[in-house]
Design a protein around this ligand. Sequence first.
Ligand SMILES: [Zn+2]
Length: 69
Amino acid sequence: MVTIKKRLVACPNCSKLSEFAPSNAFRPFCSERCKLIDLGLWASEQYAIPEAIKPDELANEFSDDFLKQ
Ligand SMILES: [Zn+2]
């Protein structure tokens, strides 16, 4: 009988221990949420969004008046 030792890794996002194994698709993160959060932060730092493009301005661009034209 083969005993496989579980290796635990601390989630880089929330420090929660999770199993570092192929069964954990989000390793070394504890969950998909933490993985996405971490990747999101990483992406925002690597690919800075130009100053001109802001969520508020995009919302105005697609306002009701714009859609009715
Ligand atoms: Zn986590």
